[in-house]
Design a protein around this ligand. Structure first.
Ligand SMILES: [Zn+2]
Ligand SMILES: [Zn+2]
Length: 258
């Protein structure tokens, strides 16, 4: 399958995945504006349409900011857990929205999307395992710490986007208030560069061939810091090293083969 990161960072997350034959596509999260999504898909000759379902990990703004406008314009389906929906909408039912259990699988064209629960300070946050064209892609952001469900999937992934949110030294030395520093580091906050690197080193398998670092913090990380930490871990890992990419906080990425 093909992967395009439209944006990834604490300022907004939106991922586009397309089957190899180009006949089906899905989006994971919708945390940038509709106009940005349209413009970034257009760079690669793609566009939103009614048959492009969106799977939402949790209710934080950096994952849903453009969802209402995008669904209203294109009438696509959106999948999320019921608790996530309740946090976002007071109304009993918004047209086009479907509840998806936190271990449920939804099929769309060539895609099978399976949710799994994760630890983060949201109502019922999930990650996604996406299967298509014989490959397994893991979408793992906004993770305070590893949980059994995520650990069970890591060794099976051919491709993965993993959060590499902050450099611990930059976080501690930075000007975030103390409560926010604690929240980011907590077991329902975010993964540091070192934590992401350790998870990849210790738990991924030999078939991992595509690795994308994402959800970088603007204030407490740099792409170079995140990449250096992960490269050090990969150098000490058994098996061949995957192709390593760092998703941009501001621009659409290249088309990546998973
Ligand atoms: Zn979040
Ligand atoms: Zn987030």
């Amino acid at each position: 399958m093909k992967l395009i990161t439209l944006n990834s960072g604490s300022n907004g997350n939106a991922i586009y995945l397309e089957s190899d034959d180009g006949n089906s596509a899905i989006m994971l999260d919708c945390g940038i504006s509709r106009l940005q999504i349209e413009a970034r898909l257009k760079v690669h000759g793609r566009a939103p349409h009614a048959d492009l379902p969106v799977f939402i990990t949790h209710e934080h703004g950096d994952h849903v900011r453009g969802l209402a406008s995008l669904s209203k314009t294109y009438h696509m389906r959106s999948y999320m857990t019921e608790a996530t929906y309740r946090k976002l909408y007071a109304r009993p039912e918004v047209k086009g929205f479907r509840f998806m259990g936190n271990t449920e699988t939804v099929e769309h064209g060539a895609f099978r999307v399976t949710a799994f629960p994760k630890k983060h300070d949201a109502a019922d946050p999930v990650g996604f395992l996406v299967e298509s064209d014989g490959a397994r892609f893991l979408y793992l952001t906004d993770l305070g710490e590893e949980n059994p469900e995520a650990l069970a999937l890591l060794p099976t992934a051919d491709g993965m986007l993993i959060e590499s949110n902050y450099d611990l030294d930059m976080l501690l030395a930075g000007d975030y208030p103390q409560w926010l520093k604690l929240r980011v580091q907590s077991d329902v906050g975010h993964l540091s560069n070192e934590q992401a690197a350790l998870l990849v080193k210790q738990h991924t398998g030999g078939m991992l061939r595509t690795l994308v670092l994402g959800h970088l913090s603007a204030n407490n990380n740099t792409p170079e810091c995140a990449e250096t930490a992960m490269r050090a871990a990969l150098a000490n890992r058994n098996g061949t090293s995957p192709a390593l990419h760092v998703a941009s906080r501001h621009n659409v990425g290249d088309i990546i083969e998973v």
